[in-house]
Design a protein around this ligand. Structure first.
Ligand code: CO
Length: 196
């Protein structure tokens, strides 16, 4: 590992832990608004989103999930989180291989193919179900500096982008299931949630 990636790695281990809203919170149903200003407030928020995603841990997090109804999401499908015992004999986590992606005002401009993929969501904890998605997508978006970018993705990254993009439109992955499956999953989820 070179010095540069060492620096980037430790950067993601600082930030504020944001509250993650879970289903059936109302904010998850709202259509998020576009980002207009690319300033330090935005970049601090994104840093906190990444920090929160890594600590959760999850591979994607959309702004509405942490209570901010704006068209932003972050993804990292590459990082690794390892359980270790620290000097005091306590359980801790060691992270490496961060590869964060930041998407602001994303638009899926091309898609083709079909893929079945087992998804989960930090806002619907404990639920994992297969969802049908496009296999390949092209997405246009802004980064945290306001620069316009284009990315072509397949497989896990493609599925993850579609899942997070749905959050910006108030759609959860469980809504992609058949009606029967969805009712079953929702009933079980709410029952478990009440117990907690
Ligand atoms: Co989600």
């Amino acid at each position: 590992m070179n010095l540069e990636s060492e620096k980037i790695d430790s950067h993601h281990l600082n930030g504020s832990l944001l509250k993650i809203y879970t289903y059936p919170a109302k904010i998850l149903k709202k259509k998020a608004i576009p980002v207009k200003t690319f300033d330090d407030d935005l970049r601090t928020f994104i840093k906190d989103m990444l920090f929160t995603m890594y600590q959760a841990p999850g591979i994607g997090l959309a702004a509405p999930q942490v209570g901010r109804s704006e068209r932003i999401f972050v993804i990292d499908i590459d990082y690794e989180r390892e359980k270790i015992i620290d000097e005091d004999g306590k359980e801790a986590f060691k992270f490496h291989s961060f590869n964060p992606h930041v998407f602001i005002n994303p638009k899926i401009t091309k898609h083709d193919g079909e893929i079945l993929y087992e998804e989960g969501c930090l806002s619907v904890p404990g639920v994992y179900e297969e969802v049908k998605r496009f296999e390949n997508i092209t997405v246009e978006y802004h980064d945290q500096w306001g620069e316009l970018k284009t990315l072509t993705a397949d497989s896990t990254l493609s599925v993850c982008i579609q899942h997070e993009n749905d959050h910006l439109n108030g759609v959860l992955f469980i809504e992609k299931l058949s009606l029967i499956k969805r009712q079953l999953v929702t009933k079980k989820y709410l029952k478990n949630k009440d117990k907690k």
